[in-house]
Ligand binder design. Structure first.
Ligand code: ADP
Ligand code: MG
Length: 237
C-alpha cells in the first residue's frame, strides 16, 4: 500500500454556488471514462437534507455518482450538518462540533482505494471549517494543487485575483494548478463581461485558465490532462 503517492486535486472556488461540485463531477466523469479510479472527498458539508432518515449531502451524492460510486457514500462526506451555514455554525446549531481530526483522516479512505482523489472544499478558501480553521488550512495540510472554479460573470476578475492572492499568501503558499471558468447560470444578455472575462483573466492570472464549462455542458470545451495536474499530497495527513 502506497497511500501517500496517490495524486489529488483540491477544488476550491471564488465563492459558494459558483459550480465547484458541477465542475468536480465533470472532471470525475472524464477521468472515469479514461479508466481512472476516482475518489471524491467532501470533508464537511452543511445544508444537508433528510432522506429516508439519513442526512444526505447533495454534493456528495453528485460527486459519488459522477465517480461511478467508488467506495461508500458515507466516506465521501463523513461530516454532514443540516443548517445552510458555515460548517462550525451549522454544527453548533445541532449541539455538535466539526471534528478536525476526521476532516483529515477521512482522506485516508480514498488514498487507499483510488488512483486519484478530487477534494471539494466548502465555500471558498477563507470559509471557516472549524472555529479556528479555514478551508485553506485543509488544502494546505492535504498538499494537493488547487483548482479554482470561477463563475463567468461581471466581477470574476476581482473574485479570482482575490482567491489567487489568498492562495499565494496563506501560510507559505498554496500551489494553484489552474482556473476553470464556469457558467453556472444562463449568461445574462446584459452581462457584456462574459465575452471578455477569459482573456482579461488570462492577462492577469499567473496560473492558466485550463478550461471553460458552458451552462448545462457535460464536457469542457478542451481536453484537459487532469491526471498530469494532480499531485501527491503531503505525507502524514
Ligand atoms: N455549468 C453549469 N451548467 C448548469 N448548471 C450549473 C453549472 N454549474 C453549476 N450549475 C448549477 O449551479 C448550482 C450551484 O453549483 P454547485 O456546483 O453546486 O456550486 P458550488 O459547489 O460551488 O456551491 C447547482 O444547482 C448546479 O447544478
Ligand atoms: Mg458544492
Amino acid at each position: 500500500m502506497k497511500p501517500q503517492l496517490v495524486p489529488g486535486i483540491f477544488v476550491t472556488g471564488t465563492d459558494t454556488g459558483i459550480g465547484k461540485t458541477y465542475v468536480t463531477a465533470c472532471i470525475a466523469r472524464m477521468l472515469r471514462q479514461r479508466g481512472v479510479r476516482v475518489g471524491v472527498y467532501k470533508p464537511v458539508a452543511s445544508g444537508c437534507v433528510l432522506h429516508d432518515g439519513q442526512w444526505i449531502s447533495e454534493d456528495a451524492v453528485t460527486l459519488w455518482e459522477a465517480a461511478g460510486r467508488l467506495g461508500s457514500l458515507e466516506a465521501v462526506c463523513p461530516q454532514r450538518f443540516a443548517a445552510p451555514l458555515a460548517p462550525p455554525l451549522a454544527a453548533a446549531a445541532e449541539d455538535r462540533a466539526v471534528d478536525p481530526a476526521l476532516l483529515r483522516s477521512g482522506l485516508q479512505y480514498w488514498l487507499q482505494r483510488a488512483d486519484l482523489v478530487l477534494v471539494e472544499g466548502a465555500g471558498g478558501l477563507m470559509s471557516p471549517v472549524t472555529d479556528n480553521e479555514f478551508v485553506a488550512d485543509l488544502a494546505y495540510d492535504f498538499g494537493f494543487p488547487l483548482l479554482v472554479v470561477a463563475a463567468n460573470v461581471l466581477g470574476v476578475i476581482n473574485q479570482t485575483l482575490q482567491t489567487l492572492i489568498t492562495a499565494a499568501t496563506f501560510r507559505d503558499g498554496l500551489d494553484v494548478a489552474g482556473i476553470v471558468l464556469n457558467q453556472p447560470n444562463p449568461a445574462r444578455p446584459d452581462d457584456l463581461s462574459v465575452a471578455t472575462n477569459r482573456s482579461e483573466l488570462a492577462r492577469r492570472c499567473v496560473p492558466p485558465i485550463l478550461a471553460e464549462l458552458a451552462w448545462q455542458a457535460e464536457e469542457f470545451e478542451v481536453s484537459v490532462a487532469w491526471e498530469t495536474l494532480a499531485r501527491a499530497g503531503h505525507p502524514g495527513t
